[in-house]
Ligand binder design. Structure first.
Ligand code: ATP
Ligand code: MG
Length: 284
């Protein structure tokens, strides 16, 4: 096909040998199948900021690390230089997340770098070599849904242990190849410890996955993985291989009434002892 303008520099640099066909033009990016040497890859061309949607929202930007302070100031001011930098930070966030997550053993497309606003990555395919379907286009048995849901919860735990929450995880951002689910579309991934919305985003991500798989295995809908995972994470007890139960007791449900009474009694006793010490001191 005719080489799209934004892919031209990559062809000139020899990073891409041929542009095979457009795959998808989404809200944020246009995606192409390209050939690099004898491998088919996926090229994601990000749209200009003003053509993009909600995900640039402030809540996603919070806590995102910008190393250079001049750059951070420019981004805050929203100068032209700043907008350029913000754009670049947005692109880099997805590449950074892909490298970080592949290193952490999460199934994501293997990244092959990001040049001039184009991300090159592994093309996820099915057993016939065709582009893998999105989870949204796949139906499955209850047994398979339970298995894949557990795998997904485990992937989310590994992501969180690597410091990230996806932030837009849904059946549209998961592909299914012959080994199972592959997570894609990460430019909005948020820093789990720096972003105040991380917990809410984790709950939404897990909620989306649970209701999708829950269509095939309704028992999944009663699970409470988000609460369980976040509680472990907050206590510093979450590990990539943490065993999960899907159960979570609300604080009210298991409030330790006896323990609280004991503490009140202890406080009274302490106060009585303090008053006694004061009396003793006065009488000396
Ligand atoms: N590595 C990949 N391998 C195969 N297909 C891919 C890959 N990456 C993206 N796609 C296809 O391109 C579509 C768009 O990709 P992605 O979700 O990353 O971009 P997007 O612009 O955020 O899209 P949307 O707005 O639809 O979420 C995906 O739904 C998927 O069908
Ligand atoms: Mg997407």
């Amino acid at each position: 096909m005719k080489i799209p303008k934004r892919l031209q520099p990559l062809v000139e640099d020899g990073l891409v040998d041929e542009v095979i066909r457009p795959l998808m033009s989404g809200k944020e990016a246009a995606v192409y199948v390209v050939r690099c040497g004898n491998e088919l890859r996926c090229a994601k061309v990000y749209k200009e900021a003003n053509k993009r949607s909600f995900r640039q929202a402030v809540q996603y930007q919070e806590g995102r690390k910008v190393r250079n302070t001049r750059r951070a100031r420019a981004m805050e001011k929203g100068s032209r230089f700043g907008r350029g930098q913000q754009e670049e930070a947005w692109h880099n966030a997805e590449v950074d997340a892909l490298y970080r997550l592949s290193a952490a053993g999460v199934r994501v497309p293997t990244p092959h770098g990001c040049v001039d606003g184009v991300l090159l990555m592994e093309l996820v395919t099915d057993e016939d070599g065709d582009v893998a379907p999105r989870l949204n286009d796949v139906s499955m048995s209850a047994e398979q849904a339970v298995e894949d849901h557990a795998f997904m919860m485990h992937s989310i735990v590994k992501m969180l242990c690597a410091g990230l929450v996806h932030g837009d995880l849904s059946e549209f951002n998961v592909l299914v190849d012959s080994y199972g689910p592959v997570i894609i579309d990460l430019p909005q991934a948020v820093d789990a410890t720096q972003n105040n919305h991380a917990r809410a985003m984790l709950e939404r991500d897990i909620g989306n996955m649970t209701s999708y798989y829950g269509q095939f295995a309704p028992e999944l809908k009663a699970t409470r993985y988000a609460r369980e995972i976040w509680a472990l994470f907050e206590d510093g007890d979450l590990h990539p291989d943490s065993e999960l139960t899907g159960l979570f007791e609300d604080d009210e449900a298991d409030a330790d009434v006896d323990g609280v009474l004991e503490e009140i009694k202890a406080a009274f006793a302490e106060e009585a002892a303090r008053l006694e010490r004061i009396r003793d001191a006065d009488s000396d």
